[in-house]
Write a protein that binds this ligand. Structure first.
Ligand code: IMP
Length: 443
């Protein structure tokens, strides 16, 4: 099967974990290209809820090679904990199945401390980050202060780098009222983790290239979502990496020619965690109903997610900048029985109808969404065995969304379990081999 990129078309939490887990058996390799353990990919297997933060969701399927690219920031502590947690569930995880790029930047113990201090100083304008040290690790990468996975393999180099960092950055730490970094303490803290992490540290770009040359297929797994992209999202209320399609090449060290198709994941409504503009946010009781039914609490931080109506302007924009060939629509079952469902078709700003998604967050904050009302559906989508079983109102809703986002909806997820997924074959032609996916996932 050709290589497929799966990414989020909204503000993250679109249900990527479930879709990646479902598609994985049809691929030989799953590769993550950005983000860190700020991500939370929830997968339900036989009624058991498993939340992955750093490891690609493909890890839940035996035999798949899982790669963590140079664009990811890696917390050794989080990485090892996730491995231990999976092992305790009887899932086989070892260095024959997982590799971390030598070039991936390491989240150091001092990164979360610096992040909390800065967030507090922002006061009302705080981003509402996950507090995992993601931003400071990327800051150090861009500032050329970063420590990369490959550096961990040579104690003398690591020691020198931490020492040089502390010498300069302690001035900043002290100015923030934080305890200064003690290089020896950091080294001692890292040492046992480094010895466990070392076997996983490899040249991921070459592993991918070799695999693809041997005909192995790759699923590229995005974390977060398009609207959280540092360049193309709702800056500054974004994460520090590029979840959008461009991030795949820089975050894994591969050519764009290796991406053969793009599947975007979008929820039938919108959610966002943390601060920032959110034009379709629902501030009446319906928002609370959706949040409760959809279990909309952050998989990483447990924070309640803000809920809003489906924003076709934002998703159309995501389809354009990522070259999305097809959408997997998740959680329409959450909207069952709501009577009326709103879809945002445009934004009004200073009396004009905006045709495109605005670049500035302060404009997005002031737009007035234009809504279209769609009749709700009361049938249980979960009981549909084929897309033909969908009721008329739901089929009309799907068609309307496709028109608005100018992209076909090829997958509909009607529940949390793997089996609650319907493929609209004619919409997925050229993007994925549905028979192969179904055969592989039933093994
Ligand atoms: P950071 O990625 O921890 O720096 O947080 C920056 C912003 O991205 C915050 O609004 C977070 O809530 C949001 N964010 C980060 N990871 C995720 C995710 O996996 N899902 C949804 N929001 C996320």
């Amino acid at each position: 099967m050709a290589n497929l990129l799966v990414l989020g078309a909204q503000w993250g939490d679109e249900g990527k974990g479930k879709i990646v887990d479902l598609l994985t058996p049809a691929f030989d390799i799953v590769a993550r290209y950005q983000g860190g353990h700020n991500a939370g990919h929830t997968v339900y297997v036989n009624g058991r809820k498993i939340v992955l933060h750093l490891l690609p969701s493909g890890i839940l399927r035996g035999g798949t090679l899982c790669l963590i690219g140079n664009g990811v920031v890696v917390s050794p502590e989080a990485f090892l904990k996730e491995i231990d947690d999976l092992r305790s569930l009887g899932i086989s995880v070892d260095s024959s199945r997982i590799a971390v790029s030598r070039k991936a930047h390491i989240i150091m113990p001092y990164h979360p401390l610096g992040e909390t201090a800065i967030e507090d100083l922002r006061g009302e304008d705080k981003i509402g980050t996950t507090g995992r040290g993601i931003g400071p690790a990327y800051e150090d990468k861009a500032g050329r202060w970063g420590i990369r996975a490959g550096d961990l393999l040579e104690p003398a180099v690591l020691s020198e780098k931490i020492g040089a960092y502390a010498e300069v950055k302690n001035r900043v730490f002290v100015a923030y009222g934080l305890p200064p970094i003690d290089p020896k303490k950091i080294e001692a803290e890292l040492a046992p983790r480094v010895s466990r992490l070392a076997p996983y540290i490899r040249d991921v770009s070459s592993l991918l290239e070799d695999g693809m040359t041997q005909g192995r297929s790759v699923l590229f797994e995005g974390a977060q979502g398009t609207m959280l992209d540092i360049d193309h999202g709702t800056y500054p209320f974004v994460t520090s990496s590029n979840p959008t399609a461009g991030g795949v090449c820089t975050g894994l060290g591969i050519s764009p020619k290796h991406i053969h198709g793009v599947l975007g994941i979008a929820k039938a409504y919108s959610t966002r965690v943390g601060s920032g503009p959110f034009p379709t946010e629902i501030d009446d009781a319906r928002g609370k109903v959706i949040a409760a039914r959809g279990d909309e609490f952050g998989a990483t931080t447990g924070r309640p997610r803000r809920c809003g109506w489906f924003d076709a302007v934002a998703v159309r924009y995501a389809c354009r900048i990522n070259g999305i060939d097809g959408i997997a629509l998740t959680k329409p079952d959450v909207l069952e029985g709501l009577g009326e469902i709103l879809v945002c078709t445009g934004y009004k700003y200073r009396g004009d109808l905006l045709k495109t998604f605005p670049a500035e967050s302060w404009i997005l904050d002031r737009v007035v969404p234009v809504y279209e009302s769609c009749p709700g559906w009361s049938d249980s989508l979960k009981s549909a065995k084929t897309p033909d079983d969908f009721s008329r109102p739901f089929r009309d809703y799907l068609r309307r969304i496709e028109d608005l986002i100018e992209t076909p909806v090829g997958v509909v997820s009607t529940g949390v379990e793997r089996k609650d997924t319907l493929f609209l074959r004619e919409k997925l032609e050229g993007l994925m081999d549905v028979d192969k996916v179904l055969a592989a996932s039933s093994d």
